[in-house]
Design a protein around this ligand. Structure first.
Ligand code: CU
Length: 175
């Protein structure tokens, strides 16, 4: 009787041991072999992850550097046009409708110029183009003309502004 009672009493702590065995040993014993087997993998995996992260980071930082000189799409033709107080280097520009084009305007004048401070502009109202080049610097804009026609481009910054006949030209958009 006493032994049975004692056994039943002893069986009291046993479930606790089982509970602790289930929670600690049961789940833990399943995880431990898993982590032990994977123990060598995380090192190899971390190598790939690290190297991949380094490559991605390098690409992320080098990408804008490599393409900073080309803000325009690769398909866009770049037309260089320079300007100084005597006018534009080209008076007529020909582009095709439906094709993206980049106008890169360079000011040849220094900042000491009283009119415009050495800045020059390339603006085409109808095409929503407005480029302002800093003194001794360049600026560009890419756009896609859609309607064939002849449009006036002009500089409205320097001497005489738009009224100055030398600071204007025509952009011919053909089909
Ligand atoms: Cu100008």
């Amino acid at each position: 009787m006493g032994g049975k009672k004692g056994g039943s009493r002893k069986s009291g702590p046993v479930p606790k041991a089982r509970r602790s065995g289930r929670s600690g040993g049961g789940a833990g014993s399943k995880r431990q072999p898993g982590t032990a087997k994977r123990g060598s993998r995380p090192r190899k995996a971390s190598f790939f992850v690290l190297s991949a992260a380094v490559l991605l980071a390098a690409g992320y930082f080098l990408w804008p550097v490599a393409f900073s000189g080309r803000p325009a799409p690769a398909s866009a033709d770049v037309i260089d046009i320079a300007a100084n107080m005597s006018g534009f280097s080209q008076r007529v520009i020909r582009v095709r409708a439906g094709e993206p084009v980049t106008i890169r305007l360079t000011s040849l004048d220094g900042p000491y110029h009283r009119d415009g401070g050495g800045k020059h502009q390339f603006a085409v109202d109808e095409l929503d183009v407005n480029i302002v080049a800093p003194p001794k610097g360049s600026a560009s804009q890419t756009f896609t003309p859609t309607e064939p026609g002849s449009y006036v481009f002009y500089c409205d910054i320097c001497c005489g502004g738009r009224a100055n006949p030398t600071m204007s030209g025509r952009i011919q958009v053909t089909e």
